[in-house]
Write a protein that binds this ligand. Sequence first.
Ligand SMILES: [Zn+2]
Ligand SMILES: [Zn+2]
Length: 374
Amino acid sequence: MTAQSRAIVLSAFETPFEMKSFDIPEPGKNAAIVDVEYAGICGTDVHLQAGRLPIPTPVVLGHEAVGRIAALGEGLTHDVLGAPLAVGDAVAWQNSVACGRCRYCLVEQQPTLCTGSRRIYGINQSADAFPHLSGGWADSMYLQPGTTLVKLPEGITPRDVIPLGCAGPTAVHGVLYETKISFGDIVVIQGSGPVGVAAAIYAQLSGAGKVIIVGGPASRLQTTANLGVGHEHFDVMDGTSTEDRIAAVKAMTPHSQGADVVIECAGIPSAVAEGIEMVRPGGQYCVVGQYTDHGTTPINPHYITRKQLTVQGSWGFSPQHYIRYIQTLPRLLAEFDLSSILTEYPLDQANQAVADVKAGSVMKAVLRPTTAGV
Ligand SMILES: [Zn+2]
Ligand SMILES: [Zn+2]
């Protein structure tokens, strides 16, 4: 194969993205080449461009992508669930490959905490090193051996997968695995970005009696409400104080005691102090949104002791969370028109797309590298 693939490259921090071309290699043993149909842009990409994480450059960004099999390497005959694979199949894949050798991979069964050489597509793979095409913002991607690759369920298209690209599996981890939502629970979601929306969806489908979304701006809350996600929507940008927000949320719970479960998806450190006050005594607080380090914040730990709170952390997602996301998509799509949150851009408009994400003017920006059928 001597074909070439375009790719969007970040050559140095705080510089615009550049379009480059790379040869598409033959897939090695247990590897695959995929044609990317959709690649998402997430808030993390804005941080990566700004140099807030220690990643190699140049790098092809794009840690959420979905597409079709273009070529299969020797030995790669079935997906992770046992379905046979063929060229043209619509597939999705976990965006990281843990080392498979460290304590957290082998003993603790928590590969999100892998201390070995965890490879993350679109984040920590240098575009200078083989196979070069290691990010989703490209026509083609090289999926390395060990990638958790799954054929999309019947009736599910790549366009269905991308609206909650990395937000969906992140919410699966936090909501379905780290917290225990009981039927009828009152759940507060702090944050109304893609992770907040996904968390609210999973809370609702888990049987929550009422889901209260505390976020902003108003336009985003309106989009969320139009989707049918969340039962109450509280705008934090409406000139409210911390005390106002806590009181307003508690007033939506029985006897103003607070919510059974509060899930932080805001990514702002100060949200944690506020969220802890919104939980009822004996309730749960789960911190999902602090994916990158935005610094310290004062909290009153007395509330944790006095209210006997269960406080959990949930970082990223592992293959089991990703597969659960793909498997639950038919259920999500039956209830929510997720594609309505998408704004599509051609691959060569990556800079504009990232600028729009930064400005918060779009709910979910996606690049559309190929014009192949969906
Ligand atoms: Zn992301
Ligand atoms: Zn490991």
